[in-house]
Design a protein around this ligand. Structure first.
Ligand code: SF4
Length: 375
């Protein structure tokens, strides 16, 4: 049996931290390498979280380096690559930062060894994480009902594999309940019965059986999980959502990074003082271009020194977003961003029977961004 590595990237965000704790506690038999890729520009709270996590995991979180810090005049990854890119700031459409400082160091470190990479996308999220193009790296999502990546699902549910799937279900399912399930297994994917509908039916009927079948299917492929003798996660049907993540962090003693905690701001609207709350919804570089305008205001007011540093990067003429940070910091602009944020929260609160919590705000903000930096 080939050696298969297990790795989990710690972004500094809440979900990857909670996943590391969860897997270490629930599956101590999995020998997982925990790693992080530092950009040199994270918030102090992120570095604190990684340090606390180190002691709770009882295992060193390795740093996958993107550059030779000793021999670069820049001494930190972001500034090193920014110089190589001629001062051109990264953006959502030109995300050289993630490529150079997160993905390439990860793939270089892994090399050609078959590797299972665990990613903390939660059961209440509707997005796929980064799936490596390298065939020797397979991504698993332990917090979701469907732990498999989209490429695996596409392969196993393709119409040309129906007979193999039926055979695997017959071998691993129990009669007589298997007979009705087999009708769904045999049903081809079509515009009237999509891949996602078929997946849902199979998962809803019996998650563990589906996982067992996928595991057996993978044994005839080059996927790293197929090279394993046992894979304990196939017997896991936990679904971990946002509140569970906060609970895992609190109960472990690692705690929730301070920047998620909402802080009150005051803004004048139609002659009246109103009180709203802002926070930062994600980890990552303090100047990340994925931030919402209200998060830039949070940075300006809560970490003025970092806001000033973010402005320094705009001196070359490039900006982090559609307006410059010098413009955004003007008092009338700050007040207008707060008013807009306050009104949006009010509208959402009126539409919801239970009101809008700070966790709801995190859920909304999470849709945008980069899985390698924020999970
Ligand atoms: S946090 Fe934002 S700026 Fe930093 S590497 Fe990730 S995407 Fe780029």
């Amino acid at each position: 049996m080939n050696k298969v590595n297990h790795v989990l990237g710690i972004s500094g965000g809440k979900d990857s931290a909670a996943l590391a704790i969860y897997l270490r506690r629930s599956y101590p038999e999995l020998d997982i390498d925990f790693y992080t890729c530092d950009t040199g520009k994270e918030l102090d709270e992120t570095y604190d979280l990684i340090e606390r996590l180190n002691s709770v995991l009882g295992k060193e979180i390795r740093l996958y380096r993107s550059m030779d810090e000793e021999n670069s005049p820049m001494k930190n990854p972001f500034d090193h690559f920014l110089a190589l890119y001629g001062g051109y700031l990264p953006s959502a459409t030109s995300r050289w930062c993630t490529k150079k400082m997160k993905l390439e160091p990860f793939e270089n470190e892994i090399g050609d060894t078959p590797t299972v990479s665990y990613v903390g996308i939660r059961g209440d999220e509707n997005r796929e994480g980064y799936i490596s193009k390298k065939e020797n790296i397979q991504t698993i999502f332990p917090f979701r009902k469907n732990i498999w990546s989209s490429d695996v699902v596409k392969k196993i549910l393709s119409n040309e594999n129906i007979s193999q799937l039926e055979a695997l279900y017959r071998n691993h399912g129990e009669s007589p309940s298997i007979e009705s399930l087999l009708k769904q297994v045999a049903k081809p994917i079509s515009p009237k019965f999509t891949q996602s509908q078929k997946l849902n039916v199979l998962l809803e009927t019996n998650v563990k059986l589906f996982n067992r079948v996928v595991f057996e299917f993978l044994k005839d492929t080059d996927y790293p999980v197929g090279k394993l003798k046992e894979f304990p996660l196939i017997d896991n049907d936990d679904i971990i959502v946002l509140q569970d993540v906060f609970d895992i962090l609190e109960n472990s003693g690692v705690g929730v990074p301070a920047y998620y905690q909402p802080l009150e701001y005051t803004v004048e609207i139609d002659g009246e003082l109103k009180h709203g709350a802002y926070s930062r919804s994600r980890s990552g570089c303090f100047f990340c271009f994925y931030q919402q305008k209200i998060e830039w205001v949070w940075l300006l007011e809560q970490h003025t020194d970092l806001y000033e540093k973010a402005i320094e990067y705009e001196k070359e003429g490039y900006t982090w977003m559609d307006e410059s940070l010098e413009d955004l910091r003007k008092p009338e602009r700050v007040a207008s961003i707060k008013r807009e944020h306050y009104r949006r929260m009010q509208r959402q609160s009126q539409r919801s029977r239970t009101g809008v919590t700070w966790q709801d705000e995190i859920l909304q903000a999470e849709g945008e961004g980069c899985a390698s930096c924020f999970i």
